[in-house]
Write a protein that binds this ligand. Structure first.
Ligand SMILES: Nc1ncnc2c1ncn2[C@@H]1O[C@H](COP(=O)(O)OP(=O)(O)OP(=O)(O)O)[C@@H](O)[C@H]1O
Length: 326
């Protein structure tokens, strides 16, 4: 169960020249919750994570992690954090074990505990058999799992994952979430995740939608859908005449390829529509509110846009044996 706030952001602001990256962010993230940070490209997610990791300094406001101010007590704050960055950051020339051992050294994990901790996290992400392999020989999915293991090995209470599954196939993505969920059952852990995959947000306790550096909405997936989502009817009219008639009868409806999408205002609407146009439509689907819709309503943009696909292409290249696995 989520507990007291473990991350507290108050009036946080950051700009780069004339670009406002974060504007007066106020937010609490609770101990032991899985928290999703959602926003279109350029919304300010990476800037926020970098401030929390003390890589960047905010212009205004404060960020407290586990009771420590990230600007005034960065080392103490950072001890509680594990980070999986967007870009791969393992040392390809070292083995799996050496990468973790080096990380333990930097984070001052006592020497007598290191072996057991490393064995434990490798077991969790199912890489024990690969401990002596050079990282450059691993697949992209395995490297991501190793990065997650590295984020955990110093016993962090909070793990930031910036697009942890981007570019991975569906199976590898599901496995990464299996590991994360198993871990949260084993010990208290707060996950802060940015992702473009809406189904991953459904796994989280709460989600925050940010756009242009501001918090647009925050809540559980269910409460966000109840507040900002709406039901809609998707129908495929049997001919152009039927399409024109339906579009004229429901001015708020939109044409989307062959389909006409009609907002559903109340429980009686679908029945009334069918009574009137049932014999003029070939297909008929009642969509329930989705987070995708919520995101669109709040930001005016689809969650997965062109830039994300560009980045995915880079990772896909790595998966095929390109720059990240060479
Ligand atoms: N080093 C920088 N110099 C100038 N502007 C920057 C810099 N880093 C980010 N920005 C700008 O600040 C804003 C927020 O960027 P940020 O990278 O935090 O967004 P994001 O939500 O992480 O986007 P993405 O999903 O693409 O990673 C954007 O307008 C971006 O262009």
């Amino acid at each position: 169960m989520p507990g007291a706030p473990i991350i507290e952001l108050r009036n946080l602001g950051k700009h780069y020249g004339n670009t406002v990256a974060l504007n007066d962010i106020n937010l609490d993230i609770l101990d032991n919750e899985a928290f999703a940070l959602l926003g279109p490209n350029g919304a300010g997610k990476t800037t926020l994570l970098h401030i929390l990791c003390s890589i960047l300094t905010p212009d205004t406001g404060t960020a407290i992690i586990a009771g420590f101010d990230v600007v005034r007590q960065p080392l103490k704050a950072r001890k509680h954090l594990g980070v999986v960055f967007q870009e791969p950051s393992l040392d390809d020339r070292l083995t799996v074990y050496e990468n973790l051992d080096f990380h333990c050294l930097i984070y001052q994990v006592p020497a007598r505990e290191r072996k057991a901790r490393i064995a434990d996290v490798l077991d969790l992400v199912e890489l024990s058999d690969w401990r002596d392999r050079l990282v450059r020989t691993l697949s992209s999915g395995m490297k991501r799992r190793l990065e997650i293991a590295r984020a955990l090995v110093h016993d962090s209470r909070i793990v930031f994952l910036d697009e942890p599954t981007v570019g991975l196939d569906v199976q590898s993505r599901a496995r990464i979430w299996d590991y994360l969920n198993e871990l949260r059952q084993r010990r208290r852990l707060t996950l802060v995740v940015t992702t473009h995959y809406i189904e991953e947000v459904e796994n989280c306790d709460r989600a925050c939608i940010i756009d242009q550096g501001q918090v647009m909405a925050i809540g559980t997936p269910t409460s966000l859908k109840a507040e900002y989502g709406h039901r809609s009817l998707r129908v495929i009219p049997i001919d152009d005449g039927a399409r024109r008639e339906i579009l004229a009868a429901y001015p708020e409806s939109i044409q989307y390829g062959d389909e006409v999408v009609i907002p559903v205002p109340d429980d009686q609407f679908a029945g009334a529509f069918l009574a009137r146009y049932g014999n003029r439509v070939g297909e008929f689907v009642l969509d329930t509110p989705s987070l995708e819709q919520v995101f669109l309503a709040l930001t005016g943009r689809a969650l997965r846009d062109k830039e994300a696909s560009g980045r995915e292409r880079t990772y896909a290249f790595g998966q095929r044996g390109g720059e990240h696995t060479r």
